[in-house]
Design a protein around this ligand. Structure first.
Ligand code: CDP
Length: 240
């Protein structure tokens, strides 16, 4: 969330990139982008592009980190230095540590980690181009990378951002919208089970606006889920 901008963000009912308020940007998805990974995926929402790679389940070292009755999921979210207009200093910062943690928690409910005692599933999200909504784009990629690695899952995880700009509720915030929003909300859910696994909100909304945005997020996640499913089915159809 940022300060109000001098620019009008909605003109004649359209956003600056021409979208109607509830429209998402063009979505592109592919799997098996990284040959050294057990599973990987690339997802773009407009100019925001995330790669995800999954390694494991594999033995966890050093041994003192092992849990005898369950496996663990490790997750690292990273924005490449060249992913934003002003070069981002490389390496972890408070923001990326927090985002890594909430992404891990968004996935723990869908995995059967108790089936992998003493092991780890290591996951990495690399944002190569950032134009808003990077954490949700990364979540969509990681969901497909896990499925592509053949790791049993109770459901996929689909995610999107919703928010409010110029007094208007919108779906899938781009960078300028995010930086000038009155509120932005990141949502991840298990679309078939209808369970929310991540919900983060910045800014101020009325209760009614929040309920409306959550419904918009739910509808959008279901659309995203269909694209994820179709992309994964194409992979397995191709393997026949
Ligand atoms: O990306 P997401 O919406 O999940 O997280 P955010 O912290 O709300 O960041 C919003 C946007 O600000 C990002 O998507 C980037 O476009 C931009 N950003 C940036 O330009 N430089 C940073 N160091 C962090 C974010």
């Amino acid at each position: 969330m940022g300060k109000a901008t001098d620019k009008e963000l909605i003109v004649n009912g359209r956003r600056l990139d021409g979208r109607e308020p509830y429209h998402m940007r063009e979505i592109k998805m592919s799997v098996d982008e990284i040959s050294s990974a057990n599973g990987s995926a690339k997802v773009s929402f407009g100019k925001t592009t995330a790669y995800a790679s999954v390694h494991g389940p594999r033995s966890l070292f050093p041994k003192f980190l092992q849990e005898s009755d369950t496996g663990i999921l490790r997750c690292r979210y990273n924005m490449a230095p060249f992913s934003v207009d002003d070069r981002k200093s490389p390496g972890p910062d408070r923001r990326s540590v927090e985002i890594s943690k909430v992404i891990r928690r968004a996935f723990e409910p869908v995995l059967f980690l108790e089936d992998y005692p003493k092991s780890t599933v290591d996951s990495f999200i690399e944002i190569v181009e950032a134009d808003g909504s990077t954490r949700v784009t990364g979540i969509n990629a990681l969901s497909m990378a896990l499925a592509s690695a053949g790791i049993p899952m109770k459901d996929l995880v689909a995610a999107c951002s919703v928010g409010k700009i110029s007094d208007t509720l919108i779906v899938d915030l781009n960078g300028v919208e995010d930086n000038n929003s009155e509120s932005d909300v990141g949502v991840a859910m298990m679309p078939q089970k209808d369970i929310v696994t991540l919900l983060q909100m910045d800014g101020i909304l009325t209760k009614e606006e929040l309920v409306m945005l959550l419904n918009l997020a739910r509808e959008s996640c279901k659309k995203i889920y269909q694209i994820q499913k179709q992309t994964l089915m194409e992979k397995y159809r191709g393997a026949e």
